[in-house]
Design a protein. Structure first.
Length: 319
């Protein structure tokens, strides 16, 4: 009996392979995911920003897949979220701004194989999450979908029932794309490239020792060529660096609103022109600066961390 992933659902196949092209992926912890040809190397610079190892838009073998249209729309949603999902996204960030190369770059929170780890316990929610639950959370927080509640107030705003749910078309399309990226990976096995954008616990600096003013100096020196001194992002060809604060950025309930979480993202995938060139300390000062800035409020924070402690670096939460 073989278990494989299809559109976010686990399908039991009695001795039958889903498609002729699906292969079991077994990547040793001692083998780089980049060396295995699955991910863009972490050291790759902005010149590879347009590279996608597995692209559903150009994969002719996908034509026979039962979810071909959903997978391809999911890819477009991932790489151009504000344009493709205006009814469930209220800022100018795409999934691709954090999960580089369509979720296929080493140490940039890659999502290859990710559907196989769900369901998974979510500490913030205090319950098991499905893949679709996780996507909804990204829309609500990183894409600030809750901001839709405050838009068009003259017309009554957006009813809470209209916020993204696990049944939303956009959520299901993204789940289809991520499940396609997970085909051939064994269910429930550890992904060797997951969690590599975290600063080691013994390198974390106490929050009261972090200096946002030093972070600002470093930001202007190391980050402003892409993100601008105002943090709103510069146009680079047909791409634009994501806004890091203000109304077009993630809200204060997002994962990136946590100082140490953001510092890990910065440390291992930025600056895009010279990835991993910052020290652990520099990345933390920059993260403290970015998360000292104003951003949209997540209106449901009282429902977070009801069974777990509020993380010390969740600076926008009241204790």
């Amino acid at each position: 009996m073989k278990v494989t992933v299809l559109g976010g659902l686990c399908v039991l196949l009695l001795g039958v392979v889903l498609t002729a092209r699906v292969q079991d992926h077994h990547v040793s912890k001692n083998v780089s995911s980049a060396a295995a040809g699955l991910l863009i190397p972490a050291s790759a610079t902005m010149v590879t920003a347009w590279d996608v190892p597995r692209n559903p838009m150009s994969d002719s073998l996908l034509n026979g897949h039962p979810l071909v249209e959903q997978i391809r729309w999911g890819f477009r949603l991932f790489t151009n979220t504000p344009h493709e999902a205006p009814t469930v996204s209220a800022n100018k960030l795409s999934c691709n701004n954090c999960h580089l190369n369509a979720g296929q770059k080493e140490k940039a929170m890659p999502l290859v194989g990710i559907a196989t780890v769900y369901p998974e316990y979510n500490k913030r929610a205090g319950r098991l999450f499905s893949l679709e639950d996780r996507i909804v959370g990204c829309f609500m927080r990183s894409q600030n979908a809750t901001g839709l509640l405050h838009m068009g107030q003259a017309e009554g705003g957006v009813p809470e029932a209209s916020l993204p749910s696990t049944e939303s078309r956009e959520v299901l399309a993204l789940a289809a794309y991520l499940s396609w990226l997970s085909e051939g990976f064994p269910i429930g096995k550890e992904l060797p490239w997951r969690g590599h954008n975290v600063i080691a616990a013994n390198k974390l600096i106490p929050l009261d020792k972090l200096d946002p003013r030093r972070g600002e100096v470093l930001f202007i020196e190391k980050c402003s060529s892409c993100h601008g001194e105002d943090g709103q992002g510069m146009e680079i060809g047909d791409k634009k660096a994501g806004p890091l604060w203000g109304p077009d950025s993630w809200n204060d309930g997002a994962g990136a609103a946590r100082v140490y979480t953001l510092a890990g993202m910065i440390r291992y995938s930025m600056p895009y022109l010279d990835p991993s060139s910052l020290t652990d300390e520099e990345a933390q000062h920059i993260a403290a600066f970015i998360n000292s800035k104003s951003r949209p409020q997540f209106p449901f924070k009282e429902g977070d961390y009801r069974t777990e402690r509020i993380p010390i670096d969740a600076v926008y939460y009241k204790r």
